[in-house]
Unconditional design. Structure first.
Lengths: 106, 235
């Protein structure tokens, strides 16, 4: 697909369309190559939120083995899931709820 | 004060032919305008208690400098000369922006008179999302970046629009540290939930900025309306 850009001069009202330069195309390629990195960043943000939501289990002093396992599985996400699984981890249903079981609280 | 002259021969049978028998201008206190002519498309304005003059319309405190409708399918658009030396600060409204593919960033790049952006933007942004089952937050920032990321991880598809506003302060100032911006934007995100972003930053450069390049990190932009208003300088 040919990617295009438009230049619009507010003084003259003249609009000119052309193809992206090779430099601009290289910028896009570089950004796309970091897709997995960005997804992992999102996953880590969600993981932090989930861990913070369950910190009270520890503070309360009666955390169960199942609850310990849930938190361990969250912490181990980067080790247990490679980049091919990132889309599954970030998938949400039509209500916006994350669908992967690793996020499910006990 | 000039007075209208009425020829005596012009007064007949208790009537005056004003089109031919009255010369000069009738003063305001006498029911006239006190002027011989005005300027096309201007209004009459009292310049004294008894004097009128032709005057431009009061444009208000926000004056549109550009309105741009997105050329569907473009990746970027450079809106040049939306900033000028008349106004110090600007109010920008962007609405109906819709991206062409998933996981894109919606970005602005201030540009100089040659249309080039600089790696001079330092900013911070925070987003708050309602996810359907709770709330989530995300933060991002840029240090000496050549773009300002207005919205991250935006999805494409029906209803997934971005809209918001930005204040751009002193874009044409050439003293380092004075140029700056704040923005707030909302979008419908993946899964139909709502995202809100607020952010701000500045440009560490002495170059005057005269325009803004609207762009996406990759892919295309389908729709969008972009309007810039100059804010009349305080006095």
């Amino acid at each position: 697909m040919v990617l295009t850009k438009t230049f619009y001069d507010a003084n003259t009202g003249v609009k000119t369309q052309s193809n992206l330069s090779s430099e601009e195309l290289n910028e896009i390629t570089a950004w796309e190559n970091k897709s997995a990195e960005r997804k992992l960043e999102q996953i880590k943000e969600i993981r932090l939120q989930k861990l913070q939501e369950t910190d009270f289990w520890i503070l309360r002093g009666d955390i169960t083995d199942e609850q310990k396992l849930y938190r361990k599985n969250l912490r181990d996400i980067p080790a247990n899931y490679d980049s091919s699984k990132y889309d599954n981890l970030l998938n949400r249903d039509s209500d916006g709820k994350l669908t992967h079981t690793v996020w499910d609280k006990l | 004060m000039a007075f209208a002259t009425i020829g005596t021969a012009g007064i007949q049978a208790q009537s005056i032919d004003l089109s031919t028998k009255v010369t000069g201008t009738l003063p305001v206190p006498n029911g006239g305008l006190g002027i011989a002519s005005g300027t096309t498309d201007q209004f009459l304005k009292f310049t004294g208690t008894e004097t009128l003059a032709s005057a431009a319309d009061n444009a208000g405190s926000l004056v549109q400098t550009v309105h741009y409708a997105w050329n569907s399918g473009d990746t970027t658009a450079t809106i040049q000369n939306c900033f000028n030396s008349t106004y110090r600060n600007y109010f920008i409204v962007f609405t109906r922006f819709q991206l062409g593919s998933n996981d894109e960033e919606f970005q602005f790049k201030p540009v100089n008179s040659s249309g080039n952006s600089e790696s001079a933007n330092t900013y911070t942004a925070q987003s708050r999302n309602y996810t359907g089952s709770g709330t989530g937050t995300a933060e991002w920032n840029g240090s000496n970046d050549n773009n300002i990321t207005i919205m991250k991880n935006q999805s494409s598809g029906a209803g997934k629009f971005i809209s918001g506003h930005m204040y751009f302060f002193d874009p044409m100032n050439t003293t380092d540290g004075i140029k700056g911006y704040t923005w707030m934007a909302r979008a419908r995100k993946e899964g139909g939930y709502t995202g809100l972003v607020y952010g701000g930053g500045g440009n560490a450069t002495t170059t005057a900025y005269t325009g803004i390049k609207i762009t996406t990190s990759n892919g295309t932009i389908t729709n969008g309306l972009f309007t810039v208003y100059g804010i009349v300088n305080g006095s």
